[in-house]
Ligand binder design. Sequence first.
Ligand code: C2E
Ligand code: MG
Ligand code: MG
Length: 517
Amino acid sequence: MFGASSQNDLLDQPFIKRLHRGDHEVILQRLQALQHVGDKTTPHHERFIRLDGKVIDVEVKSIRVPVDDGVATLVMARDISERALNYMLNYDSLTGLPNRRLFQERLAAAVMACTDKTWMVATLFLDLDRFKMINDSFGHEVGDQLLLRVCERLSNTVADDVIIARVGGDEFTIILPHVSQRAEVMAVVRRVMDSLTNIPFIVHDEEIFMTASIGISLFPDDGKDAVTLFRNADMAMYQAKCIGKNNYQFYNVVMNSTGTATKQVVLERALRRALEQEELYLVYQPKVDLKTGHIVGLEALLRWNSRELGHVSPAEFIPLAEETGLIVPIGEYVLRSACEQSRAWQVAGYEPICIAVNISARQFLSSDLTDTVERILRETGLEGRLLELEITESLLIQNTESIVQMLYKIKSMGVQISIDDFGTGYSSLSYLKRFPVDRLKIDQSFIRDLTWDSDNAEIATAIISMGHSLRLKVIAEGVETEEQKQFLFERRCDEMQGFLLSKPLLSAEIVSLFSYK
Ligand code: C2E
Ligand code: MG
Ligand code: MG
């Protein structure tokens, strides 16, 4: 254990030399407490030092024993370093549940035991709904406590032979090694879901309501090996999320059909994880005043560098995020990051600069955006006048009273509002008058062929003068050439944005364009 080549390496050495300094006192105290023959310590963990200096974890038990001329203390130690490592490799440190690796092993074993038998093995993939949001709004400590409580409730709900594992942040798997029919699985799933929802969780005096989405795969029908069963349960879980959360789905082959459907599913699954895995980030593109050439603002643009798929363009994933509703948490992430970043620049001493964030119609309609904006401004300490929301005409077209109300409420916080991609929708003066808008962004398709396509030149000119007559600022998007810039300058367009000036840049890169206060 000490790495000695013979007894002589250790003979006549004081025992204390082999104890880790930090453990001296504790271990000596324990030994001194043993007085009479037969007294013994309970097993305790200490650190020993090998002859080569390496520290090893040991489990120590000591006992007073009789020897020829009196009593001595016999210390028995067992190297458990390997056990500790083994533990780390196979168990989740927060909950003590098996991790993904051990889960795969257990599932493979359950499948083996079941091959050619009459019973089935069920794999449940459970993902907590809205956990990320709870984690972000209450903090990680509450998040951790909540996971522990969830783990507790799950453990108390299932039978002893059932294996529960934690395979990701808020992802748990459950193996039912012995089921004879689907109804049996459904009963367990119901119990598991009820165990979460029946009573709210109380963590640090906060009452938290928790639901979960569950996907189920069965051996042998849905896969012959642990990897496939895991993947298919995951896919079924994803389906359950799409259907509206807080429900469960059995895997079926349609979910795994070939061609574009699969690609879409892969993309969706990856996107769902993108937030959690921190694969999303923002870049910033400057907007300048055409007269002075000064930077008057930035537009925050979302980027996704997926571990699975590489860089995915927002043109591809934003529509998907809208379709699936993921735009709501993603949009909130964008809003918060942009405000935080802007505030950080200010604190670092740069001139305050207005930051624009794109808001999808779906995001605007499906969440209480006004509350979110208010909360984020409050939490980040950013002044409302330094935030701008870019919305699209498609939202205004709906022209409902509630949208007008929401926009006024946002304006009352000092936040500016611009109409993105203006000219591509159903632009009409009548609706613009109803809405409290500050700025029109001429869509880049009109700017692209500006100098030689007379139609586009006319449209751009018309948007500029129409905007001005409504006392709105007008900004041109996608300006790439000097000619375009000159054209816009002559038509008295107020601002511009585009590659001519700068591509969207990382936060660390864009500061070189800023001036100090
Ligand atoms: P957008 O809001 O109209 O953003 C302008 C797009 O034009 C950006 O593309 C930008 O990189 C690109 N661009 C800027 N200057 C030039 C130029 O001179 N030439 C050309 N050819 N392109 C230029 P990006 O970043 O790919 O974004 C595409 C669209 O995705 C955005 O259009 C916006 O509608 C959406 N989007 C991006 N980030 C977000 C976000 O955080 N939330 C939401 N809801 N939508 C976003
Ligand atoms: Mg935009
Ligand atoms: Mg645009």
